[in-house]
Ligand binder design. Structure first.
Ligand SMILES: [Zn+2]
Length: 288
């Protein structure tokens, strides 16, 4: 039995090793580390390597090196272990299976056999800003597992249409979303048998007893989705603190640019962690 003090702050940084870390990642992670430091709490590093096609071992190695170089310090993680190991998502499938089973038993999810093409023709654009997932039209809502036969399917969470989801963001203040309008029934388990981001994130943040999630404001709508999952699973949700999106000098979101410099490129050009952090102070939400 692990005894933990639930009142103490537990934060996390959760990079995905699909490429080299860039300065936008570093800025959000730094905010997470600062929040943990100010609260006298802990920081967990979680390696979000579920996407087998895109995540590569060389990027995991590079990620650890780059985080160390930049000055990140975590007390639990894939390289140092900890009471909630494993910290690599690719090693946590049993947790996700359990979470999926719980959702299924509760009647919160249904199998969906829609093809990509079906979705493109039937889906509506989401109302919420910064969310690119189209609203699912609900075609398979009445479908039962017995009716699937040999077809490929994913699992979707049935959102309460018109249901309001509100939360107080630690940084951005009061947030309010409407299910079915800002976002629709979302995938919790992918057709290629990989847990979807929403499910894995909630399962892990709950299991690792994370008390505050610090991440980019592009995930505000995901937070609304995840709050529905916490409710369905009867789990206590953490607090949320969303950081403004990092843009370049012309206001283009860094995550949308392909030529954005990685931390290792900046390092090769002679930048130091200090000089990079100094540039944040000068430019607030934008970076060079
Ligand atoms: Zn469907």
């Amino acid at each position: 039995m692990i005894s933990t003090n639930r009142t103490s702050y537990r934060g996390r940084i959760a990079p995905s090793p699909t490429g080299y870390l860039h300065v936008g990642h570093a800025k959000t992670f730094w905010a997470a580390q600062e929040r943990a430091r100010q609260a006298g709490g802990m920081l967990v590093l979680r390696n979000e390597d579920l996407d087998r096609a895109r995540c590569k071992a060389e990027f995991v190695e590079a990620m650890l090196q780059d985080l160390h170089w930049f000055g990140f310090k975590w007390q639990e993680g894939p390289d140092v272990g900890g009471p909630f190991a494993p910290y690599n998502q690719s090693k946590r499938h049993s947790f996700y299976r359990e979470t999926l089973a719980k959702l299924e038993r509760g009647g919160f999810i249904y199998p969906c056999v829609c093809s990509r093409k079906d979705l493109q023709t039937a889906a509506r654009a989401p109302h919420a800003e910064d969310d690119e997932e189209p609203i699912y039209p609900g075609t398979c809502r009445g479908l039962k597992l017995e009716q699937i036969a040999n077809r490929k399917f994913c699992w979707r969470f049935r959102v309460p249409d018109g249901g309001k989801i509100s939360f107080d963001d630690g940084n951005l203040g009061a947030q309010r979303f409407v299910a079915g309008k800002d976002f629709g029934d979302f995938v919790v388990w992918r057709v290629d048998d990989v847990p979807a981001y929403q499910l894995a994130c909630v399962a892990d943040d709950a299991a690792m007893e994370i008390t505050e999630v610090v991440r980019g404001a592009d995930l505000l709508v995901s937070t609304a989705r995840q709050l529905l999952l916490y409710r369905a699973l009867a789990l206590a949700a953490p607090s949320f603190y969303h950081c403004p999106l990092v843009t370049d000098a012309s206001g283009v979101r860094l995550a949308k640019r392909h030529d954005v410099l990685s931390l290792r490129q900046l390092r090769a050009k002679g930048e130091t962690p200090e000089s990079i952090r100094r540039s944040w102070q000068l430019n607030k939400n934008s970076v060079q």
